[in-house]
Design a protein around this ligand. Structure first.
Ligand code: ADP
Ligand code: TPP
Ligand code: MG
Length: 349
């Protein structure tokens, strides 16, 4: 008997999103009413959802392979923050029209990152509408091992992750350079407009991978199990995301610009620092789209933190300390103390 023909929507799913199983995590994947995931024995499921909307989270004309990567990366970044091992993901996608070349590139970027983390695409939903991607990721973590935002203690060190020669604020710089080139007026427009066009191009070249191809710090999240006392990923910007840890832990913190081996300037890239240390620190504090981990650990665990980061080929820059007094204090490059207001990305501010 000939197979029933597949209509547009289901043929699209078959063409671009249905693949042979790549792991044993899912016993039923794409094609049924529900996927069936097999959680690891005696572990808890870690679940997180992040949505990306065209024009709000990404430029509509961005490279579709990079978009596929980023849509999954920002979700895996939440599993990384919790210290969970990825198991699988679902993808809900609204498309204005069917563009097979675009979908093929999008799926290639998404599956390359999914395969790198053995995170199987087990289902989703497809509809016509303004370009929107909503992914849910499922991970596994032993009971009691997940890093929560509420676990920090006064006296704990505060760290941010980053790759060597990359850092916080790079993604924000890349975003603002592109906004400027598109005729928008981002917050740093005046500084950026004063730069030579070739320097602007060079800086965008150096930083746009941080905006478009963030690397979720899954391995570091796992390596920090039993070491970090609290952790969050950096999506909205350091002051805002660290603020979640302060609130949840009922504490305050002091951050330092630079003090020997300590300070946020250690987490700024050489590219960003060519624009001046004060500018770099502003970009790093308000950030956005960094997808690094901000975490706390007791001072007795400094060597363990450094070893965990080194095993992952990353740096963990120590940027400050948790304190009993509420609020976020900032010790600037001249050693002056200031109070920092959260200047994080907020969809409804
Ligand atoms: N529409 C919603 N319904 C229920 N919970 C939500 C909704 N939006 C966000 N949350 C929850 O609120 C918390 C904060 O969300 P969010 O800032 O998006 O987290 P993150 O920065 O880790 O992605 C999370 O626990 C998230 O699951
Ligand atoms: C075209 C475009 N405009 C603006 C931004 C900046 N931006 C958009 S959303 C966002 C914060 C992160 O998104 P959110 O939905 O808050 O992620 P969550 O905190 O839920 O993980 C930032 C910095 C961008 N990446 N692209
Ligand atoms: Mg979210």
């Amino acid at each position: 008997m000939p197979a029933l023909p597949r209509s547009g929507e289901f043929a699209l799913i078959d063409r671009h999103f249905r693949r042979p199983p790549v792991s044993r995590n899912a016993t039923v994947g794409i094609g049924d009413d529900c996927a069936l995931l097999a959680p690891l024995p005696n572990e808890q499921l870690a679940i997180s959802t992040d949505m990306l909307v065209a024009g709000r989270h990404f430029f509509e004309d961005v490279d579709p392979a990079a978009l596929g990567h980023k849509a999954l990366a920002v979700n895996l970044s939440d599993l990384a923050a919790c210290g969970a091992q990825p198991l699988g993901a679902t993808l809900a996608i609204a498309l204005p029209a069917v563009d097979d070349a675009w979908l093929e590139a999008f799926a290639s970027g998404l599956f390359a990152l999914a395969d790198a983390h053995a995170c199987e695409l087990v289902g989703g939903d497809t509809t016509r509408g303004p370009l929107t991607l909503s992914l849910t990721v499922f991970g596994s973590v032993p009971p009691g091992s997940a890093h929560l935002r509420s676990g920090a203690s006064a006296g704990d060190d505060i760290y941010v992750s980053h790759a060597p020669l990359q850092g916080l604020g790079d993604a924000r710089l890349a975003l603002q350079l592109q906004q400027l080139a598109r005729g928008e007026t981002p917050s740093a427009a005046a500084t950026l407009q004063a730069l030579d066009t070739r320097l602007r191009h060079h800086l965008l070249h150096m930083t746009r991978v941080r905006l478009e191809l963030p690397q979720p710090r899954v391995a570091l999240g796992l390596a920090l199990r039993g070491i970090a006392s609290a952790c969050a990923d950096l999506s909205d910007g350091l002051t805002g995301d660290l603020g979640h840890i302060l609130r949840a832990s009922g504490l305050g913190a002091s951050l330092k610009a630079l003090d020997g081996a300590e300070g946020l300037l250690h987490a700024c890239s050489p590219a960003l620092r060519t624009l001046g240390n004060d500018f770099a620190l502003d970009m790093a504090l308000a950030g956005g789209d960094d997808y690094e981990l901000v975490f706390t650990a007791p001072p007795a665990r400094r060597e363990a933190v450094a070893a965990a980061a080194a095993r992952c080929g990353l740096c963990a820059s120590r940027i400050g300390r948790m304190e009993p007094q509420p609020g976020l204090r900032w010790i600037d490059l001249e050693g002056r103390q200031q109070t920092l207001a959260a200047q994080a990305f907020d969809h409804f501010a």
